[in-house]
Ligand binder design. Sequence first.
Ligand SMILES: C[S@@+](CC[C@H](N)C(=O)[O-])C[C@H]1O[C@@H](n2cnc3c(N)ncnc32)[C@H](O)[C@@H]1O
Length: 343
Amino acid sequence: MNRAKKPSESAPDLSLIASHLWAYARTRALHAGVELGLFDVLADGPKASSAVASAVKAKERGVRMLCDALCALELLTKSKRGYDLTETARVFLVSGSPAYMGPMILLSNLHVQAWEKLADVVRTGKPAQQVDVESSAREFFPKLVSAIFAPSFGASTMARALLGPKTANSIVDVLDVAGGSGAWSLPWAIANPAVRVTLLDFEEVFPVAREYASKFGVADRVSCRPGNLRKVAFGREAFDLVILGHICHSEGAKWSGKLIQKAATALRPGGILLIGEFIPNDERTGPINQMLFGLNMLLNTGDGDVFTMPEYRGWMRDAGLTRIRKLDFGDRGPDIVVGVKPK
Ligand SMILES: C[S@@+](CC[C@H](N)C(=O)[O-])C[C@H]1O[C@@H](n2cnc3c(N)ncnc32)[C@H](O)[C@@H]1O
């Protein structure tokens, strides 16, 4: 096939190298904006750098330079009225917004030490730390799960809407495997008072889950089942929906296949398995965030990785599921796969 060459394949591009070289500075500028509360200060309208500086208790020179850089990063705009939020910043970077990403952005500090060791990890094959080992998991995940609540909660809410009211309303018993904060299952309980959630995880994360469940007024319908998902049984034909939210990537290929098998066994006929993940293209060459997340698993787990649709399809088919598909949210949506247990 005669394929048009992409610019990156035809001409050397120094700006591409520069852009990758300075990528960490983007993260730091975003982090500083959140840390200073700069986006919150702009929530009620545009402001000059002097007004922003006094509101965040910082020097004006630095605030002006940071705000200009955030304009280049398309998070702020600049006009005669001063700096203003873009829509993206308003939705994801203002602390009162339900989709606020601040906790996750601030948690990026936690990853830095592992990423500094990437070459070593590639060379030796030994991860920088192993969050898939039970003792580390029990310490690491309570910190992580509240930070990642907003994107997972949003993704599950979108999935429920996309599946449609007939499917959504047929679901009563939900098993949220490695449920963490309950971010994937709570939207189902909030939307339907008949829904009962069982959250399976290490007990250390339960205080986080209970806090969110209380906040949304559904605590009486969320039960927490402590246990190691590799060891405990999930039950047989007991649930209408089983959720594997962001767990296959840290479990790796062998345990993901087993997890999907156990999840399928736990489903009632007609029940749905929903997998929230980071899914690369079939060639494993993109999208960029999915590929970088794969490296994150190389750094932080023994066998973790990102897996393609053919891999998920294979595991789900082996588990007897049908109607396997990736939900279509367009280019910017989350990666969610569903499959159905035949009646
Ligand atoms: C990345 S978090 C995902 C949490 C939640 N599903 C979400 O997407 O927001 C992974 C979760 O899996 C849990 N987990 C990891 N290994 C586990 C194991 N072997 N048994 C039970 N839970 C485990 C962690 O405690 C954590 O809550």
